[in-house]
Design a protein around this ligand. Structure first.
Ligand code: GLC
Length: 448
């Protein structure tokens, strides 16, 4: 494959836009979009936000419907689940873990998970609203605004129990970068109940492979390992014992992280929420306003000066988790006043031996011991994180680097096709083909 520097010609760009639109049309399920037809037949929270941002360029009213459809899954307590299950799909295994309808707050007419995902709804709503004409724009915002406020209030009420400004996640699936090294390290330290310890000793993870849905469709080397998969299911079973409620979960068991990527995305979404609040002439509940201010300051505490990066904090031990991942750059996207730290981060980002190989930006730097070229969140380049970094680099006056990243991202998708993720070394596409957020965010990068 050619080098990632080559800018895409106008004709190829037009073809790419057409391909991306086709992917989104094919994955449209009469009211919402699945991430990819075979591997991911359900609806996911942050996927739909990215999808709506792309759709806003080509079909604003469908983009608005995409976001409205997420509200079908909202719980009465404000929680937005990371998944809403599609009716009539064969993948019943994952639905069984959750049994959402046994919870009083869960919706009655759809099955959902009982955990959340990065809260990008305010950002997506702002972008979609900008593409709508009045009166549709005002109606759309008035409908979504109280629901977004309720979600942010839930995050602070249920996940920031000590009022630090940082939200604690109870499961890696909440951070969106599922098998990312800091989480898998934390899960390996987790105390398993006796029956899961026995299952582990009996190597049940290997048996689980036979019933895994993803490795029936894709090479096992591209997905989470069986061990990581086992630990993620074990963590869900653990959280279920406590009703998926952080306030009931013991601090000396399980894995709980103040995840840096999630909190940075929350900070960015808080900014969008404030924008929408002013736009509508509304005001936010004072306690939410105060939490939002605290988050901006608290992300500062996640800086590790020795390694020069932002890290997640283990909410059980209080220690920073210094395994290197792309999440370290996300505070730049949140407009956190990082000062001279921005320069240190950008120097690391520019390093060809680390975060800037031919097809940047890898989810784990290529010189980290845990880097795996095509394995899910252990190394591949993903379009959603690149999309955030393009914006972040512009915000920190790194326009050249931002535009280089935009062009390289467009080029890799144009050459390999709209895959779920890409090898940062040779640009080949891996994971699910015809992946919706790759298509949607490529549209945004190409058409903005
Ligand atoms: C994978 C990703 C997650 C995404 C989901 C659907 O689980 O890790 O972030 O939301 O797929 O695309």
């Amino acid at each position: 494959m050619d080098d990632g520097d080559a800018a895409v010609s106008d004709t190829r760009r037009d073809q790419l836009v057409a391909t991306c639109r086709t992917v989104l049309d094919t994955n449209w399920r009469d009211g919402w979009t699945c991430p990819s037809a075979d591997l991911y037949p359900h609806q996911w929270l942050w996927d739909s936000c990215f999808i709506a941002i792309g759709l806003a360029h080509v079909d604003p009213s469908r983009a608005a419907d995409e976001l409205r459809s997420l509200l079908r899954g909202q719980w009465a307590n404000g929680m937005l689940p990371n998944m809403i299950f599609a009716p009539g799909t064969r993948d019943l295994g994952s639905r069984t873990i959750w049994r959402s309808r046994t919870h009083d707050d869960a919706p009655r007419d759809v099955d959902t998970t009982c955990i959340t995902q990065p809260p990008l709804l305010a950002i997506a709503a702002m972008r979609v609203a900008a593409a709508l004409d009045e009166p549709a724009r005002g109606e759309f915002l008035r409908e979504l605004f109280p629901r977004i406020v309720a979600h942010h209030e839930w995050l602070y009420r249920e996940r920031d129990l000590d009022g630090t400004g940082l939200v604690t996640l109870i499961h890696p699936w909440e951070c969106g970068l599922d098998s990312t090294p800091p989480w898998m390290d934390a899960l390996r330290r987790m105390r398993l109940p006796w029956w899961l310890r026995i299952a582990e000793r009996l190597h049940l993870a290997r048996v689980l492979r036979r019933i895994r849905y993803d490795t029936r469709q894709l090479p096992a080397a591209e997905r989470a390992t069986d061990d990581d998969g086992f630990l993620m299911v074990a963590a869900a079973v653990h959280a279920k014992r406590y009703g998926f409620e952080l306030r009931r979960m013991p601090r000396n068991e399980g894995a709980l992280l103040q995840d840096v990527g999630f909190n940075a995305m929350l900070a960015a979404a808080n900014g969008a929420l404030r924008f929408l609040t002013d736009d509508l002439g509304e005001s936010l509940p004072p306690s939410l306003d105060a939490s939002i201010d605290r988050t901006m300051r608290a992300i500062d505490d996640l800086w590790d000066n020795a390694t020069g990066q932002y890290c997640s904090r283990d909410a059980v031990t209080g220690a920073l988790v210094t395994a290197r991942t792309i999440a370290t750059f996300l505070p730049l996207w949140a407009g956190i006043p990082v000062g001279e730290r921005a320069a240190r981060l950008v120097t690391q980002l520019r390093d060809a031996a680390s975060y800037w190989p031919a097809f940047p930006v890898p989810s784990v730097p290529i010189d980290a011991p845990g880097f795996r070229e095509v394995r899910y969140w252990k190394g591949p380049t993903w379009v959603n994180t690149n999309w955030m970094l393009v914006d972040a680099l512009h915000a920190y006056s790194e326009a050249d680097l931002a535009e280089q990243l935009r062009e390289r991202t467009i080029a890799v998708v144009a050459t390999a096709g709209p895959f779920e993720y890409f090898s940062p070394l040779d640009g080949s596409g891996h994971g699910a083909p015809d992946f919706s957020w790759t298509a949607a965010l490529t549209l945004d990068l190409a058409l903005e």
